[in-house]
Each structure stands twice: as structure tokens, then as C-alpha cells.
Design a protein around this ligand. Sequence first.
Ligand SMILES: [Zn+2]
Length: 209
Amino acid sequence: MSEIIANGLRADAAPRDSAERRAFDQDAVEHLIRQLLTAIGEDPDRDGLKDTPRRVAAWWAQFLTPDPGVLDTVFDHDDVGDQWVAVSDIEIWTICEHHLLPFRLSLTIGYIPAGRVIGLSKIARIALRHAAGLQLQERLTAQIAQTLASLTGSPDVGVWATGEHLCMSMRGVRATRARTRTGCLLGRLRTEPGLGDRLLAATEQRRHG
Ligand SMILES: [Zn+2]
């Protein structure tokens, strides 16, 4: 069920992270939202809308600036043996770059420690950081896997994502119950037959057990 998508993603297709993006221009966004309201036939000066451009611009500013919390809290841990660590049911929201509509992901993120373990809350933080921009589910899944691998020094990483995309459920085919699943397996999770699926199955079993 898991699809390997880590390779073959074009680097130039990656979103700019907050350090590389041009400075956010809140006044310009506010102005554009006002223009958008006019263009869709609304009166931007009517009571319900007069603060909307400011609110929308403030939201974009917040969304694009992820919490700068520390990501790289790792602990040396030689005695964990050959076990895996996985965090499931991590819920994040981001914005689809094709339609500028939100999508919600439920993530399971796991890895096999190689002498170092990462603080568990950092795993969710990695996902949040990559969600702070215009995204694609496939790319976000791969970026989380690659960041976790580089922070932990473990090549054995798996990320599974189930997405609900408003661009599918509220426009186009209106497939309200459709869910999109992606997975990125690296290292042994990719090369050892069935290992990734076993890890995911065990995580789901614990969740329901
Ligand atoms: Zn979309």
C-alpha cells in the first residue's frame, strides 16, 4: 500500500522555506484580498467584509512563519537495541499549491534509531515546519522523511500520510469521502520486504487495541 516517492522529486519543485522566501508583504496581501473581494462582485467596504483583508493577511503571515522551536533535540542512545519508534495520528493542515485550498493530513512517522533518538515532540514539529507553505502531499511526505533521517542520523525512516483535500471534497468531483494516501520509505524500510508495512500495521494495531 505504501508508495515510494522519495526519489525522483525535482529539487526545484520544492517550496521555499521561510528562510529562502522573499519577505512577506502583509500590506500587499491585504490590498490583494480587497481586490479579490471586489473582483468576485462583493463590496469590500460593507460591514462584514471591511476587516476581512486584514484578517486574511494576518493569517497568511502566521501560517508562513512556523514556530521556530528547536528541532534537533537528539539523545545518544546506544542501548535501545534493534527497535523502532513511531508516532501516529499527527494531524496537520497545509495549503495545496495547485488550488490554494487547505488539506489536512493524518501522519504516522517512524524510524529505527541508529544510536540516537530524537525527542518525540520534535517529530510532530518537523511535520509542522514543512507544512508552513504551499505544498503537495507527496512532497511533504518525502520532506518529513528526509528531515527525520538527517536529524536522527538513521537511514531507516517511514512516513505515511492520509490526506483530505478540500480541492477534491469541495470542488471538482466533490469526492467528500476521498482520502489520499502517500508513503515515503527510506533505508531498510524500503529495502527489506514487508518491514515498512509491518511497522505501519503494528502502529495501527496499537492505536485500535
Ligand atoms: Zn489541490
